[in-house]
Design a protein around this ligand. Sequence first.
Ligand code: COA
Length: 160
Amino acid sequence: MYENLVYEMKSQYNNSSNVVIREFCMEDYDSLIKLWDDSNLPHKPEGRDRRDKIEYELKDANAVFFVALVEDKLVGSVFGTHDGRKGWINRLVVAPEFQRRGIARILVARVEEVLSALGIEIIACLIEGWNEDSMQVFERLEYKRHPDIVYFTKRKNPDV
Ligand SMILES: CC(C)(COP(=O)(O)OP(=O)(O)OC[C@H]1O[C@@H](n2cnc3c(N)ncnc32)[C@H](O)[C@@H]1OP(=O)(O)O)[C@@H](O)C(=O)NCCC(=O)NCCS
């Protein structure tokens, strides 16, 4: 549904490499899980990141999942969703060897663009307290930190 876009990386991986941003498809699933494992991104392979759960979520018109590819290798991901009131950014990750080249900035901008076109005017992201690096990244992307907000959840089981 969304077109593939090609961007130049901020610094060079090699002289000719660009990064392609395209929609995630289920054929990417194994590479995606490997990327998250290699990048130490906390995820829930037996819960909401299980293949069938993601496949189900992908059918939701309020979900936009993008991946970043360099020379056909999956090097980044971002999941965007909205509930009509607010947009959410999840599962933002860039492979360690491709970090600090502007790929996360491009991925987040792509989700913002799509959610904004759907009329969403606020986008939020939850970041675990230990992940100060990511907090700094979001601040660089002009997100406001809210240290006064405490996150509450109720789970059917610890894997979800
Ligand atoms: C967070 C993450 C996705 C950033 O990816 P990235 O492609 O390296 O980020 P970018 O290169 O697009 O950088 C975006 C901005 O953040 C800054 N930045 C990047 N990494 C940073 C770090 N570790 N500390 C501080 N600032 C950082 C960049 O300088 C850039 O700012 P600028 O454009 O104003 O110079 C990546 O570090 C990652 O995958 N981390 C592990 C997974 C994770 O924690 N994900 C977030 C879960 S909420």
